[in-house]
Design a protein around this ligand. Structure first.
Ligand code: AMP
Length: 422
């Protein structure tokens, strides 16, 4: 019988060390940044009733093509669930369920699932970090949210990130814009791609999001929302821009930016890495969703947030040569060729003293154990042979070749290493 040969599903990846430690360090850095600003962590389920996500938009790819759905096993209570494709809808569902006192400022991290066509920087399972704020309407919170993302990119060393900003209006002014947009596209519908002609019937705004070559000239000449903003929405948008200016955060007004979800109102934004030259160069984005809480059965509550793509940020860091994987936590590697008399106990003692320590197993040769020591990334090797065993000492060798080697009494090894490692 042929041996089975399983691989990670298409569009998913096994992230191994040290890349996995790098991903964790990135999430830690994000947590630090946003917790300093008063955001508490929310951990919600990886799947929800599919209805939670339908609010993302009946005409969006996320809902129409990309949802991983499955049925409950209960015949009496049939429910369709979906793996979460994003976290905003889940967080707002949690807000509606628990009714925390607004303003509710939360952050999250974790995997999202979309049945996409996999390519570099686009996966079917990917990790996002993000924040959401429920219950604040003022433009200053839009500025705080955008600034936190910009500051985080800077924290990890990214310099080539640009910020696109737009306002999608609100129910007081968007309908007039949609009418104008629909009329414009209908007048030119023969020139639009077949997919965009279909999209036009469901949601004309989404046509602006088409990446198809055939649609680009039409899109470039289309009417833009910022020309239709009501006095109030225009003032809100001006407040956001003024706040960003005050903080010295650079942005471009991008009047055709719509983003992939239908729940957005007013401010929307996207961060693009100019260091990535492929099509997948958006490293994060977000916006306001002032009607989402109500559409999920809650009280009318304004909301704003963003999600940043961790996988893609790390690709951008590679392109910029920043944010390397953290150093190995293993600081010493015990090489015992005395018949493994000492390694087990010594390694245990070192770990309990808070010193990262590892050892080779299986009574391997000095050469093989030294190779393992090099691979571990530890800066120090502790060598124990017959001579050391007899003299009750340990030879400490600097694997970076900076200081050579010394002998330390077995009983003094922990304090001696603590002295050298600090
Ligand atoms: P979205 O939730 O679509 O607004 O996306 C926010 C960020 O998540 C994007 O800017 C990307 O950095 C990242 N992202 C979205 N979809 C994917 C995907 N399929 N694979 C990897 N990263 C993604």
């Amino acid at each position: 019988m042929a041996k089975p040969s399983f691989r990670a599903p298409k569009g998913t990846r096994d992230i191994l060390a040290p890349e996995s430690s790098r991903q964790r360090a990135l999430i830690d850095s994000f947590a630090h940044r946003v917790e300093l600003a008063g955001y508490g962590n929310v951990a919600s389920p990886m799947f929800e009733e599919v209805g939670v996500f339908l609010r993302i938009g009946e005409s969006t790819d996320i809902v129409t093509k990309e949802m991983f759905t499955f049925e409950s096993k209960s015949a009496s209570e049939p429910i369709t669930w979906a793996l979460r494709p994003e976290l905003t809808a889940s967080v707002v569902r949690a807000y509606v369920q628990h009714r925390p006192v607004p303003p509710w400022k939360v952050w999250y991290e974790g995997p999202q699932f979309r049945y996409e066509r996999p390519q570099a920087g686009r996966y079917r399972q990917f990790t996002q970090v993000g924040i959401e704020v429920l219950g604040v309407d003022q433009p200053d919170i839009d500025v705080e949210v955008i600034a936190l993302a910009a500051d985080f990119y800077r924290d990890i060393g990214m310099q080539n990130v640009s910020l696109d900003l737009n306002s999608l209006g609100d129910p007081s002014c968007r309908p007039a814009y949609l009418d104008a947009l629909t009329e414009y596209f209908q007048d030119h519908s023969a020139e639009l791609s077949e997919q965009s002609q279909h999209t036009l019937k469901v949601n004309p705004l989404r046509v602006l999001d088409s990446k198809r070559e055939q649609d680009q000239a039409m899109i470039d000449a289309a009417p833009v929302m910022v020309d239709f903003l009501s006095a109030e929405t225009g003032e809100h948008f001006a407040g956001v821009r003024a706040g960003l200016d005050k903080l010295g955060i650079k942005y471009e007004i991008s009047p055709r930016l719509v983003r992939g979800m239908d729940y957005y109102t007013r401010t929307i934004f996207e961060f693009v890495s100019t260091a990535l030259d492929n099509a997948q160069n958006a490293v994060g984005g977000g916006g306001r969703y002032d009607a989402l809480a109500e559409s999920l059965g809650g009280p009318a509550t304004p909301g704003i947030g963003f999600a940043l793509g961790v996988d893609r940020i790390l690709l951008a860091c590679d392109a910029e040569g920043v944010f390397p994987a953290p150093e190995s936590a293993v600081k010493v590697f015990v090489v015992d060729v005395s018949g493994a008399e000492v390694a087990l106990e010594l390694t245990h003692e070192l770990r309990n003293a808070g010193i990262g320590a590892d050892q080779a197993f299986g009574g391997r040769s000095m050469k093989a154990q030294m190779k393992a020591a090099d691979r571990s990334g530890a800066p120090w090797a502790l060598l124990i042979g017959e001579d050391e065993l007899a003299a009750e000492v340990v030879t400490v060798r600097d694997l970076r070749g900076e200081t050579g080697q010394i002998q330390v009494p077995r009983a003094d090894i922990v304090p001696e290493l603590l002295k050298r490692l600090i």
